[in-house]
Design a protein around this ligand. Structure first.
Ligand code: NAP
Length: 253
């Protein structure tokens, strides 16, 4: 594990949760290319997180990775207290970490509902609260939450996931209103079906059905999502807050 203490204390820094693979990895690389120092977190794949740090370093950027379960509120608070506050110049937070525990409603266990809500929604809330406390002092910052098209349109077999992703939209809009006076922008990106490990489990038949239902006739890439996040994290989005940017090939407009 690379320790966050290897980072510059003054360079504008983006924290990307779940930056070890998939969409989070692409976001970490895109933000590094745009000049952010990146502090990315992982939970189970230290080697992949270290690989992303190496890629960023090889591109001339600066990055470190830290193990953090965003579903563990105390661990999140300790992370922001011990690795972020007074250690880096927190300019951007991307709440990307997410899990699925799919199942039809009548068979869904309380544990599966709670696990998804705790990582995908409460994790976003706790990370945002801790980051906002730090950013408020600087009176600047941006927060980008990764929601989902299914949080906007629903999906059979994903009641827990859709509830969390819809909740992220309410959280984003409320936090944007509260934090605007402190110079902090809060937006969400709602990806459609994106080629990552999360969607690799889809049977071929279902993948075909989804592709047919997408006006642009392809699944998205992690880079498609990362480009939208990089825009929202840039000065080009300086007057944008409280918005949900859909990156879904036209699936839900
Ligand atoms: P992924 O490939 O499954 O990667 C998930 C990432 O989250 C990994 O970096 C993983 O870390 C991390 N993670 C998992 N549980 C965590 C926890 N408890 N605490 C902290 N980090 C945790 O997922 P993805 O497809 O890139 O999705 C990224 C985000 O986009 C998620 O919020 C997902 O819901 C959302 N999204 C995805 C799609 C899609 O089609 N793929 C569509 C809409 C929205 P490790 O590598 O260490 O395990």
């Amino acid at each position: 594990m690379t320790l966050a203490t290897t980072l510059s204390p003054t360079a504008p820094t983006a924290v990307v949760t779940g930056g070890s693979r998939g969409i989070g990895r692409a976001i970490a690389l895109a933000l590094a290319r745009d000049g952010y120092q990146v502090l990315l977190t992982y939970v189970s794949r230290p080697e992949q997180a270290a690989g992303v740090v190496e890629e960023i370093t090889a591109q001339g950027g600066s990055a470190a990775s830290v193990c953090l379960n965003v579903g563990d509120s105390e661990a999140v608070q300790a992370f922001f207290r011990e690795q972020v506050k007074d250690h880096v110049n927190l300019a951007c937070l991307v709440n990307n970490a997410g899990i699925t525990r799919d199942g039809f409603l009548v068979r869904m266990k309380d544990e599966d509902f709670d696990a998804v809500l705790s990582v995908n929604l409460r994790g976003v809330f706790v990370c945002t609260r801790e980051a906002a406390r730090i950013m408020s002092k600087n009176r600047t910052g941006c927060i980008i939450n990764i929601s989902s098209v299914v949080g906007q349109m629903g999906n059979a077999g994903q009641a827990n996931y859709c509830a969390a992703k819809a909740g992220i939209i309410g959280l984003t809009k409320s936090n944007a209103k509260e934090l605007a006076a402190r110079g902090i922008r809060v937006n969400a990106v709602a990806p459609g079906f994106i080629e990552t490990e999360m969607t690799a489990v889809l049977p071929e038949e279902q993948r075909k059905l989804y592709t047919e239902a997408i006006p642009l006739k392809r699944l998205g890439t992690a880079e498609d999502v990362a480009d939208a996040v990089a825009f929202l994290a840039s000065p080009r989005a300086a007057y944008i807050t409280g918005q949900v940017l859909a990156v879904n090939g036209g699936m839900y407009c």
